[in-house]
Write a protein that binds this ligand. Structure first.
Ligand code: FAD
Length: 312
């Protein structure tokens, strides 16, 4: 329900929450039982930073009847590092918890920097890594920062579990491969290659704004073409965040780095394709400006990771 309210000559658009039955399971199994029972009529609630608005604006179709709050499930709140193997982050871990983790800051710097760049302090305290991925916005900050590490997610349902690489998870703005009875349980970040450094660069209009363009990069042995690894991933320029899959092979070539960087920029720019008409996305910056940001941002992040010089 919603209604127009007039007060002292000012008109307010008042939106009400749809009527929902609320559940707060304590275990993954309980949550999966509920998802199995209520399927498409249910919605997972994590930090609710995106969900609240989407429910009030009736953007979720069909309008859910059941809300499954996963924030009391302890298994989803863990951060575990298996030395030399992978980092496992529970879906209900908040951005703030990632920012407070020294190991993530040191070893998985791009993820740390992307988390530190999310919205305002309230959003970082409540918003979760699982919510950021499941929400699947074309301008989300965490996906590119995870993609440069070849991260994947574990999805679970009563039927079993499956691992999906993040590069195959997103299908479009707010669209992904998850089925209505699936829960995103954890995010897996493989150990970075030896000698690798990573970073995330976000262009935004104000401190708490969404990305105009977000660029993640991972670089190892930049001066040695036989060992060189350079990965680039982007957000807010296409229908989904994406890993520039062509870049890793391109940078293996024994050519001047400046030439290869120019080629990579050209390929990244050719991927432009924001969902036109989506409120707040294409309106934030025109195509030409975003293409410009891809150019200066890619050069800047690689200069920083290769030469240690910060120009932005
Ligand atoms: C003011 C403001 C500023 C923001 N700024 C940024 C920003 O700078 N960068 C950015 O990337 N995002 C930003 N966001 C978006 C959002 O807050 C984050 O993406 C946040 O991480 C979402 O997490 P959440 O836990 O709040 O998700 P919720 O709102 O709880 O859920 C979002 C969606 O994901 C589903 N979901 C959540 N968890 C799971 C799960 N484990 N399994 C299956 N489905 C699940 C929900 O059903 C819902 O559809 C901002 C939001 C606000 C309100």
């Amino acid at each position: 329900m919603s209604s127009v309210v007039e007060s002292k000559g000012v008109v307010f658009w008042r939106e009400y929450f749809p009527k929902l039955e609320y559940f707060k399971p304590k275990t993954i199994d309980e949550a999966l039982d509920l998802l199995d029972k209520y399927g498409r009529d249910a919605r997972i609630k994590a930090g609710a930073t995106c969900l609240t608005r989407a429910l009030r604006a009736r953007k979720i179709k069909p309008i859910p009847k059941y809300l499954i709050d996963i924030t009391s499930i302890k298994e989803l709140k863990k951060i575990e590092y298996i030395d030399g193997n992978e980092l496992i982050i529970g879906a209900a871990v908040t951005h703030e918890e990632i920012i407070n983790n020294e190991l993530i800051k040191k070893k998985f710097t791009a993820l740390w920097e992307a988390s530190a760049n999310i919205g305002d302090i309230e959003t970082r305290y409540r918003g979760t890594i699982g919510g950021n991925i499941a929400n699947s916005s074309a301008q989300a900050d965490l996906p590119p920062a995870l993609m440069v590490f070849n991260a994947y997610v574990t999805l679970m349902s009563k039927e079993g579990s499956r691992k999906v690489p993040l590069t195959k998870f997103f299908l479009g703005h707010k669209k992904n491969v998850m089925k209505p009875n699936e829960l995103l349980v954890s995010v897996h970040v493989p150990e970075p290659p030896e000698g690798a450094k990573s970073s995330y660069l976000k262009f935004k209009r104000s401190i708490e704004d969404r990305a105009l363009v977000g660029i993640a990069a991972l670089v190892a042995y930049p001066r040695d073409p036989s060992k060189r690894i350079i990965r680039l991933a982007y957000t807010a320029i296409s229908k989904t965040p994406f890993l520039l899959s062509e870049a890793e092979e391109l940078f293996k070539q024994d050519k001047p780095l400046s030439k290869l960087i120019e080629e990579a920029i050209g390929i990244a720019q050719s991927k432009y394709g924001l969902p036109v008409g989506e409120r707040g996305i294409d309106l934030r910056a025109p195509k030409e400006y975003r293409l410009h940001l891809i150019r200066i941002g890619t050069k800047a992040i690689l200069k920083y990771l290769i030469e240690g010089i910060k120009v932005i």
